[in-house]
Design a binder for this molecule. Structure first.
Ligand code: ADP
Ligand code: MG
Length: 237
């Protein structure tokens, strides 16, 4: 499903964000991508989405090698990978329904099909009664559920979430995590990038730990012990 072989990412300013990362994710797997701030989590997420290219190494997503993917094929790649960011990235000028339906409109689906799919996915995330609301009227947790619905409406095989609970209170974080685990139960491969050690401790799941661009641990082990309570302290290490 997702495979990385000896992936390096060096930014133009010389920062080595990923160093020889090797990784394999299976279908319907749930994994945490953890590590302190600056470890390379977001870089890895961006590489999987084709927003950044690896400097060297191979990245396979559903059998496609992203290192050699043409610019023109990247929209097709992104159709198979849903993504959720920390700051939701919702359009306040549009209703909840219209935020979720955008990608289906771009695909040119018929209005009836769009209505059916958006209604269904809003039910999955528990927001069926909010279809005509504006995002700014909703709580942070609800806004993140809209973003998750938007990421899922194309029925992607893979869902990437980059610090999806970073702007949420602890109980809303739990609510979002339960939704993400529920989606994995339905067959989606879910990768959650987070530096929140409480989340990782609470849900004992496969955890891939990055530190300064190196993959230092991959397993059910004690990744949380690498994460400080005050993440900022780690940033410069
Ligand atoms: N566009 C960029 N240009 C230069 N350096 C970057 C860029 N994006 C991230 N970095 C650097 O790469 C490292 C990894 O960053 P990032 O992937 O955002 O880590 P994380 O998501 O784990 O906090 C950091 O040192 C960061 O400053
Ligand atoms: Mg990040």
């Amino acid at each position: 499903m997702i495979q990385l072989y000896h992936v390096y990412k060096r930014y133009p300013n010389g920062v080595e964000a990923l160093n020889d990362v090797n990784l394999r994710l299976h279908e319907s797997e749930f994994v945490f991508l953890s590590g302190p701030s600056g470890a390379g989590k977001t870089t890895l997420v961006k590489i999987l989405l084709g927003y950044e290219r690896p400097t060297s190494g191979q990245v396979l997503v559903n059998g496609r090698n992203l290192a050699v993917l043409s610019e023109g094929s990247i929209p097709y790649l992104r159709r198979n990978i849903g993504v959720v960011w920390q700051d939701f990235k919702l359009l306040n000028s549009r209703t909840v329904f219209d935020n979720v339906s955008i990608s289906l409109e771009i695909l040119g689906l018929r209005p009836k099909e769009i209505q059916r799919r958006v209604t269904q996915i809003l039910e999955v995330v528990g927001l069926e009664s909010y279809a005509t609301a504006r995002p700014q009227m909703l709580s942070g947790g609800e806004q993140q559920r809209v973003a998750i619905a938007r990421a899922l409406v194309n029925e992607p095989a893979i869902l990437l979430a980059d610090e999806p609970t970073g702007n949420l209170d602890p109980d809303l974080s739990v609510e979002i995590m339960n939704l993400l685990l529920d989606l994995q139960q339905r067959g989606t491969t879910v990768m959650v990038a987070t530096h929140d050690k409480y989340l990782i401790e609470r849900y004992s799941r496969r955890t891939i730990l990055l530190n300064r661009g190196y993959l230092v641990e991959d397993g059910m082990g004690d990744a949380a012990s690498y994460l400080d309570d005050d993440d900022e302290e780690f940033a410069g290490r």
